[in-house]
Ligand binder design. Structure first.
Ligand code: BGP
Length: 483
């Protein structure tokens, strides 16, 4: 108690929202942009998986091509964020907007100018940009030329890209995240979107080939690329703050059977802690070697790699948190869907319409676990409820289910702060409706702002404030107290 007891969010707490270029910008081939992996992904549904195709196919719908057209609506959208009182806006730079194939030596000036306009607009409204450098947006040409991150050469391409955007936006952006959900790279959906190791593959994203040797080698290259970018930024731009980004899926043992406890520990290690340990502590963790041995994984490293990892550790920790699951060795346990990782159903939790188990207390638990492991500032850079919304005749949208979800998670963040966790910000996902990453749908909406856009590609793109818009505005105005 006493001087270490904090009763509420810090004064400079960064309230805001989060989006990613490929899910909301549209303008996929405008002003010189090259295609990204996401631009060859069709839409799907909860039950009908989205596909990646080799080139564009007649009769397929590619939702990223137009998305919600933030590219041409950014002024209106950022003004709406400002109306809610955002202090921070997390977005990503589309790598192929800057380097259309990823391999050019000079950047695409028109792409750079677009982000100048976006960041200037944020600053005009007093909003701090928080920029993800790579959010499932690898130039597709790098998939074809290099099988994505499997090829070590991509490290240099990525570093060139980082150097260009760091130099260009050094006076506009202070907060950077290297890779979105880097730990997704070990899973099938992540393999497609994050590691880009899908050369020659066409079919459902979830069924993309997952050869562990290739994935962990690709991940190693991403770790080195991330560390090199962090090290370079620290040396050139000391005012920058660089973070990692983990898709945190908290797992609980399904029973108190010691076999379940161990299975859960192993799951937490390889799913969540593995990437975190490397990016925060700067070294491969002890438990990884046995996993590699048992799975016949041999990572090729250059002599300097381990030193680079040590020298490129991040300044703050960020995570997405939507749900939790259970892990068990008992085969009769019912399965549940989830964000990238699936697991067993927790009988104490309710699920969203897409089968993600809602667990606000798990967020407090998770924040405590992360903070006691690393002791560096933490930001929750994604959280939210994907749900279908109904637009009433008068244009209003009563999304009390979304308010309920967010309110409960904010309450648990407050508990974590009282526990002593240094939480510095919160950017709920899809603060304006956008394309779902897992299914490619518009129907799965997260926003405070509704966008008139539908899964058949129709819609006027009109923006509307949902009830949650006004609610979140009050949350921010009261620094989290009024909710
Ligand atoms: C995270 C991704 C986001 C986002 C979110 C919600 O894993 O970083 O890009 O989309 O999940 O997932 P979905 O869009 O599948 O509902």
């Amino acid at each position: 108690m006493g001087e270490h007891f904090r009763s509420t969010f810090r004064e400079d707490f960064l309230w805001g929202g989060a989006c990613a270029a490929n899910q909301f910008e549209g303008a996929w081939d405008v002003d010189g942009k090259g295609p990204s992996v996401a631009d060859f992904c069709t839409n799907g549904t909860h039950t009908n998986p989205k596909q990646i195709t080799l080139g564009l196919k007649d009769g397929c719908f590619y939702p990223s091509h137009d998305a919600i057209d933030f590219y041409h609506h950014y002024e209106e959208d950022i003004a709406l964020f400002a109306e809610m009182g955002f202090k921070v806006f997390r977005t990503s730079i589309s790598w192929p907007r800057i380097f259309p194939t990823g391999m050019e030596s000079t950047p695409n000036e028109k792409g750079l100018e677009f982000y100048d306009r976006v960041f200037d607009c944020c600053r005009k409204h007093g909003i701090e940009p928080l920029v993800t450098i790579s959010h499932y947006e690898m130039p597709y040409a790098l998939v074809e030329a290099c099988n994505g991150w499997e090829n070590r050469q991509v490290i240099q391409y990525f570093l060139n890209y980082c150097k260009v955007i760091f130099a260009r936006y050094q006076h506009k952006v202070n907060y950077w995240l290297t890779f979105n959900e880097i730990n997704a790279g070990a899973m099938s959906l992540g393999a497609v979107l994050s590691t880009g190791t899908v050369r020659g593959y066409e079919g459902p994203l979830m069924d993309a080939p997952t050869d562990k040797q290739t994935l962990y080698q690709a991940l190693h290259h991403q770790f080195v690329a991330s560390a090199l970018a962090v090290r370079y930024a620290h040396s050139q731009y000391p005012h920058f703050k660089l973070g990692n980004m983990i898709c945190f899926v908290t797992s609980y043992p399904y029973t108190c059977d010691p076999a379940d406890i161990l299975a859960c520990q192993k799951q937490m290690q390889m799913a969540n802690w593995f990437c975190s340990d490397i990016q925060v502590r700067g070294q491969y963790p002890h438990y990884a070697w046995r996993y590699f041995h048992e799975n016949n994984i041999h990572i090729h490293m250059e002599p300097e790699d381990l030193q680079v990892l040590k020298e490129g550790t991040v300044d703050f920790y960020t995570l997405s948190y939507y749900m939790s699951n259970c892990i068990t060795t008992h085969s009769d346990a019912e399965k549940t869907d989830g964000n990238i990782f699936s697991g067993s159903k927790n009988p104490y939790l309710q699920s969203s319409g897409w089968g993600w188990q809602i667990d606000p207390q798990g967020l407090r638990y998770t924040l405590n676990e992360i903070y006691s492991r690393y002791g560096i500032p933490i930001m929750v850079v994604e959280n939210g409820l994907g749900a279908q919304d109904i637009v009433e005749e008068d244009g209003s949208i009563h999304d009390d289910y979304r308010i309920d979800y967010l309110r409960k998670h904010i309450a648990q963040m407050e508990e974590a702060v009282k526990d002593g966790v240094d939480l510095i910000g919160y950017t709920p996902w899809g603060c304006i409706d956008l394309i779902s990453a897992s299914t490619g749908e518009m129907k799965k909406r997260y926003g405070f702002i509704h966008v008139d856009k539908y899964d058949d590609g129709t819609g006027s793109l009109a923006r509307r404030r949902k009830d949650s818009f006004y609610w979140y505005r009050d949350v921010i105005a009261s620094n989290g107290a009024k909710r």
